[in-house]
Design a protein around this ligand. Structure first.
Ligand code: G3H
Ligand code: 13P
Ligand code: ZN
Length: 331
């Protein structure tokens, strides 16, 4: 039996994006795979009164089990009420790559799906995206499409090179597919190694500053589809303090460079209304866990290291909502 997201008390992304575009902020899309990540996301978003997109990749779906995930999302709706402030919650499939996985998510309580046809030819991308939109819209589910390719790893797909979105394609794509939002490629990429050190310049404090995002492409896209919701993937900033903590406590993460927060702040003020962040959460959790492991080698209660990891994640998300995305107080 199919489960509609409406029965779980979830929201689709339509109103959230309309408000975000008009209000000059972006809704956070945080990936999760487990309980502690979900607790941290919900606590942070309730405390900052931010709408939230709980984002699940197909890898996360395999890892956590689809039935458990659906029930966790249902629990999330009740949990935020318990925390004292009802924020809108979207359950979103991240980087769906086939019609079948999108359909399965739509039939199992997701309120939003991404169909990532960006690795196909333009015409194949249009056809696949339209097929998903036709099915999703019958069920009130919103759909994110993608034009342009981000470098980095998305589940089983590795792209060596990014291909920026071609502004001349966006109007046709949006019209022919009927998508509700569009992910674009303007210089972000997935993972913790978004730039090579030799691509960066050093500021006066010796900090490596990567090349700016291609805001001229974003502006051109906005001109062609004014007010249309735009999505930025690969938007982790790779906080230096977490990388240092990991490396001080037995880790070996080399030359990790992310998107500077001021670049994301600037993007969030435009038609970019959804910003995807996963790697920063992974780094924050790993740093906290490594620290406990190094400082308390006799500790073996998972709550004693997953608890601090959850606290650190929550701080990270509150910071993003308040200082980077501008979504605090918007729920
Ligand atoms: O875009 C990719 C997300 O960071 C999800 O990563 O496929 O390893 O769960 P994952
Ligand atoms: P990061 O790897 O930069 O966190 O990007 C996550 C993402 O885009 C998920 O779809
Ligand atoms: Zn992504």
């Amino acid at each position: 039996m199919a489960t509609s997201y409406k029965d779980l008390g979830l929201a689709n992304s339509k109103d959230l994006f309309a408000k975000a575009v008009a209000g000059g902020y972006a809704v956070p899309a945080y990936n999760f795979n487990n309980l502690e990540q979900m607790q941290a996301i919900l606590q942070a978003c309730v405390e900052t009164k931010s709408p939230v997109i709980l984002q699940v990749s197909s890898g996360a779906r395999k890892y956590a089990n689809a039935t458990l995930l659906r029930n966790m999302a249902k629990g999330a709706v009740e949990y935020v009420k318990e925390l004292g402030y009802e924020i809108p919650i979207v359950l979103h499939l991240d980087h769906g790559d086939t019609f079948e996985i999108c359909k399965d998510c739509i039939d199992n309580g997701f309120s939003s799906v991404m169909i990532d046809g960006s690795h196909h030819s333009y015409e194949e991308n249009v056809a696949l995206t339209k097929k998903v939109v036709d099915y999703a819209h019958k069920h009130g589910v919103t759909v994110e499409g993608e034009l342009g390719v981000l470098a980095g790893v998305e589940d089983d797909v590795v792209a060596e090179e990014s291909t920026y979105t071609r502004p001349e394609e966006v109007e046709d794509f949006v019209k022919r597919t009927g998508v509700d939002s569009l992910a674009i490629s303007i210089g972000t990429s997935h993972g913790a190694h978004k730039f090579k050190p030799e691509q960066c310049t050093k500021n006066e404090d010796g900090v490596l500053v990567p090349p700016p995002l291609k805001f001229e492409i974003l502006e051109e896209i906005e001109k062609r589809i004014p007010g249309f919701p735009i999505v930025l993937h690969g938007s982790s900033s790779v906080p230096i303090e977490h990388v240092e903590t990991i490396n001080k406590n037995g880790g070996a993460i080399d030359a990790a460079i992310g998107i500077p927060e001021d670049q994301l702040r600037k993007a969030a003020k435009s038609a970019v209304c959804k910003i995807n962040i996963d790697s920063d959460g992974r780094l924050a959790m790993t740093a906290a866990i490594r620290k406990v492991m190094a400082e308390k080698p006799d500790e073996f209660d998972p709550r004693k290291y997953l608890g601090p990891a959850r606290d650190s994640l929550k701080e990270l998300y509150k910071h993003k909502n308040e200082k980077v995305l501008g979504s605090a107080e918007k729920a």
